[in-house]
Design a protein around this ligand. Structure first.
Ligand SMILES: NC(=O)c1ccc[n+]([C@@H]2O[C@H](COP(=O)([O-])OP(=O)(O)OC[C@H]3O[C@@H](n4cnc5c(N)ncnc54)[C@H](OP(=O)(O)O)[C@@H]3O)[C@@H](O)[C@H]2O)c1
Length: 208
């Protein structure tokens, strides 16, 4: 039986039905969060939630297609109505894109689709959840990034941050990268906009 209220800090994870997102859901539940497992196919999300949390005390699935504004708004309304809060957002969902293509031969429909999911997707979800995140005493947004999106890796130019840890690599948007990518523009530095005194928007690039 899925709880009506978690009575716990609430984390929303996009693309939580498989891969990295599924594991993030599992670990957040272990850390004491109530987890909203976003899945564009609700049935897949429900199966994953049941496998991860058979009792249904900590993890609940919610339909969420990040490239669909209606779905994103419905998710935010559902979370607000059901739990009344969001403390953490993990923007994990992503789609593969034509890494083999170059600017001169790329199929622009494919490029547009990838941008809609991988760039505007997280942005949409941030917008939808921002009012609740702002009400949290410790809001966090984690954008799951990739070395595939590293500007320095693509261009060979220096200037983006290096991740600490075993899978060290340039991570756009983290540390120095955030400073390089824009100064105090709310759209480029949403963590400043969200929570002026504390950086609350780490980017992570899992290397599996
Ligand atoms: N795996 C790695 O080695 C690696 C390395 C670097 C970065 N990353 C990053 O880590 C994140 C997760 O990677 P992963 O390997 O776990 O990916 P994955 O196995 O391909 O899973 C992607 C997830 O995103 C969901 N998704 C795709 N399009 C969506 C949409 N329009 N709306 C909502 N959900 C959507 C998928 O749902 P469906 O099941 O319905 O398709 C799935 O749940 C990604 O951001 C990726 O860039 C991964």
């Amino acid at each position: 039986m899925v709880p009506v209220s978690f009575d716990l800090p609430v984390a929303v994870v996009t693309g939580g039905n498989r891969g990295v997102g599924r594991e993030v859901c599992r670990q957040l539940a272990l850390l004491g969060f109530g987890v909203v497992l976003g899945s564009r196919d609700l049935r897949k999300g429900e199966i994953a939630a049941k496998e991860l949390d058979p009792e249904g005390n900590r993890i609940v699935a919610c339909q969420l297609e990040v490239d669909n504004s209606i779905s994103v708004a419905a998710m935010a309304d559902w979370v607000k109505e059901r739990f009344g809060r969001t403390d953490v957002l993990v923007n994990n969902a992503s789609t593969m894109y034509d890494r083999w293509a170059t600017a001169s031969n790329a199929e622009l429909g494919t490029v547009a689709e990838a941008i809609d999911v991988n760039l505007f997707g997280p942005w949409r979800v941030i917008h939808a959840l921002l009012p609740m995140l702002r009400s949290s005493s410790r809001p966090r947004i984690v954008n799951v990034s990739s070395e595939g999106g590293s500007i320095s890796a693509m261009t060979g130019l220096p200037g983006l941050a290096r991740q600490r840890g075993p899978s060290a690599g340039p991570v756009p948007g983290s540390g120095r990268g955030q400073r390089d990518l824009g100064r105090d523009h709310p759209q480029r530095r949403p963590y400043r906009y969200l929570y002026p005194r504390r950086p609350a928007l780490p980017l992570v690039a899992p290397g599996l």
